[in-house]
Structures are given as C-alpha cells and as structure tokens.
Design a protein around this ligand. Sequence first.
Ligand SMILES: [Zn+2]
Length: 219
Amino acid sequence: MGATVPRLRVTPQQASLAFFVAPHSGPVAAVTSTVIGMTTSASLPTGPEDAITGGGTVTDRLVEANERYAGAFTDPGMDARPVLRVAVVACMDARLDLHAALGLELGDCHTIRNAGGVVTDDVIRSLTISQRKLGTRSIVLIHHTGCGLEALTEDFRNELELEVGQRPAWAVESFRDVDQDVRQSMQRVRTSPFLLHTGDVRGFVFDVRTGLLREVDPA
Ligand SMILES: [Zn+2]
C-alpha cells in the first residue's frame, strides 16, 4: 500500500478512502487495494504521476483524448431514448467494461453505476425517469466478483463520523454474499412503486477474471 497511496493526488473522495486504507496492513491490504482500484486503476505502474500521464494531470490526459475522439466523431442523429429499451445498473468497478462485456453500442441503453451497483433511492430515481420518460422496459443488474464492498462493513460510517464529525446519511451497503446482494437488488426494483415495468428484471454476477456473466436465481 505504501507504494500506492503517496502517488495519488488526493481529492476529498480519495481522502475518505485513504482514511480506511491507512490503518490496515498485511492481508487486508490486498482487499482494500481493490477499493482504491475502483477510483484509480489497479494496473497503473507505481512511480511519479507524470510517468503515468505523460505530463500534466490525469484530467488533462482525458481532455486530450476527447479532442481526438471529437475529431473523428460524427453525429449519429439519435434521440435520448435507448435503442434496446434497457437500463443496466452496475458497480462502478474499473474492471467492468459494460458496453464491451454486453455487446452494447452507443445509444443502446442507460447505464447507472455506483459503488456496488446498489439499488439506492437515487438509482430508483434514475430508473423511474428511464422508464417513464425515456421508454426503457428491461432492467439488468450486474454485481461482480472481488467487489470492494465485500471488504467493508457498516463500521465505515462510524469511522467517517469519528474523522469528520458528521455521520453520513447513506448506508455503506456492504455485503458478504454477492448472490444474496443481487437478489436484494432485484427485490428492491420489483417492489418499487415508481417503476412501470418490473416483469423483465434479471440479475448477474460478472467474473472479473473470466469476463463471464453468471445469472442469479431470483428465488
Ligand atoms: Zn464492485
């Protein structure tokens, strides 16, 4: 961990991650590094940041990439309604390339992502708008192996409160059994009073080692 944390430019979000990473060492470090990987990249070489970005900040690198993207971009003339009428809710994990993994093209779907792919009130907000205003009908939920939330407990909220003097209003939504967590997510979607279409809701676990999806039985 000592090789990883110092090279980060610490944003407020990262500071909160560093807070719970720092006290751990030994076997726990390998698990918590997955959490760091969700916001940076586990595959980045260690060393000065300039060696990673080729000079400038990470954001500078992204902006330069966008200029190249826009240079080759042609307006596909789409409207905002997803072509496949599907919304995908997934973990924000950096190893999960949703479009590539699911054979999705630009304009095909809504993607709603957060830490864990948890069906929070705000995910329900997005799904409600997706269905009622933008025509989606199907919902696909994707969790994955090796999720950073498996390394956390709700104690994280207590740790935050001790550090900053304010208890977060949100739950950590940590879990131990990924299948059960997918089932809970399906249940939250199916029981939402705001959603019009809950007949086609399916949940999966994405294996970050093989790239394969495994469907979770809703029962
Ligand atoms: Zn995850």
